[in-house]
Write a protein that binds this ligand. Structure first.
Ligand SMILES: Nc1ncnc2c1ncn2[C@@H]1O[C@H](COP(=O)(O)OP(=O)(O)OP(=O)(O)O)[C@@H](O)[C@H]1O
Ligand SMILES: [Mg+2]
Length: 293
């Protein structure tokens, strides 16, 4: 069967008109369309998504901080063992640690060099995994979490202060403090800078905010590290020899910051070689060869 050639010549204008209409709407009014689109759809959607992420992140942070919860069990370690594989064979750094820490405690961890203090802190922070045993923090079984889950959980629940500060030298002081908030999205973008400045004010170095860490004294760098550890308002602060590199007066000032945190219902664990600092804590845990003595 032969198909006749179709002839559209008797209504030639319809497709052209449609094209013109499309052109008019899309190109002439595109700026208005985009404005309306962003005003009523994109911006509210982004705000909603941001608020949702912040809400979810806060919910995931396992521990609810209320002063009336002080004294309730927060950290529970059961028979924690940690072995490292070394050239000389397996080395048992922790040999079965049982420990319960209550909310609002200020604990000193003491012991000789090599007794396992940093290894223990790394277990509680989820920086390293135990070879065996269980770690419960709040209602979270830290030992069963994946690396990804742990890093998100840690960012919100635990603030870690390292002995040698570990600030990023290419970022200013305030940028260092904002970093955990950027990573965990615990606060809206618009509030992060104000919060970082507020934390720097709390540790007494607001005036150093726009300097680079290398321009700061040891004490000021340690205060920056503490402010950074507090960025996401964690329930637990772990500090590995936070006063080890400071003179006595500065060490006392830094310790006072931890005291204030505890009075605000935070739980603080400090590794220290300084007996005076240990005496001022509510409890001391002594490690000897990977065991609590
Ligand atoms: N990654 C590792 N590989 C092998 N051995 C390790 C590792 N980390 C720690 N150790 C060993 O485990 C033991 C405990 O180390 P840890 O760093 O916990 O001691 P510490 O009490 O913090 O000491 P210091 O007071 O000197 O900081 C040490 O003998 C150390 O050599
Ligand atoms: Mg150590």
């Amino acid at each position: 069967m032969r198909v006749k050639n179709l002839d559209f010549s008797h209504y030639p204008t319809f497709p052209n008109n449609l094209h013109k209409l499309f052109h008019n709407v899309l190109y002439i009014h595109i700026d208005r369309l985009l404005f309306i689109l962003s005003l009523y759809i994109i911006i509210p959607y982004k705000v909603f998504i941001n608020e949702y992420i912040i809400h979810q992140n806060k919910r995931k942070g396992s521990v609810i901080l209320k002063s009336e919860m002080n004294g309730t069990s927060l950290i529970n370690l059961s028979n924690i063992k940690k072995s490292f594989i070394t050239a000389a064979g397996n080395f048992d750094a922790l040999k079965g640690i049982n420990l319960e820490v209550k909310q609002g405690e200020l604990i000193a961890v003491v012991g000789k060099s090599g007794s396992g203090k940093s290894t223990l802190m790394n277990m509680i922070a989820g920086i390293d995994k135990p070879s065996s045993g269980e770690i419960m923090i709040g209602d979270k079984k830290v030992h069963t979490m994946s690396e990804n889950q742990i890093s998100k959980w840690r960012g919100i629940t635990v603030g870690v202060v390292f002995q040698f500060f570990q600030l990023l030298p290419t970022l200013t002081v305030i940028e260092n403090v904002m970093l955990p908030m950027d990573f965990c999205k615990t606060y809206p973008l618009s509030k992060r800078k104000d919060r970082a400045l507020d934390l720097l004010r709390q540790v007494g170095i607001e005036d150093q905010a726009y300097k680079f860490p290398t321009a700061l004294s040891g004490g000021q760098q340690q205060r920056t590290a503490i402010a950074r550890a507090l960025a996401n308002n964690p329930s637990i602060i772990l500090a590995d020899e936070p006063t080890g590199n400071l003179d006595t007066a500065t060490a006392n000032d830094v310790f006072d910051i931890f005291n204030i945190l505890v009075s605000n219902s935070k739980t603080v664990i400090i590794v220290t070689h300084d007996q005076d600092i240990a005496n001022r804590c509510s409890r001391t845990i002594k490690l000897t060869d990977g065991l609590i003595a």
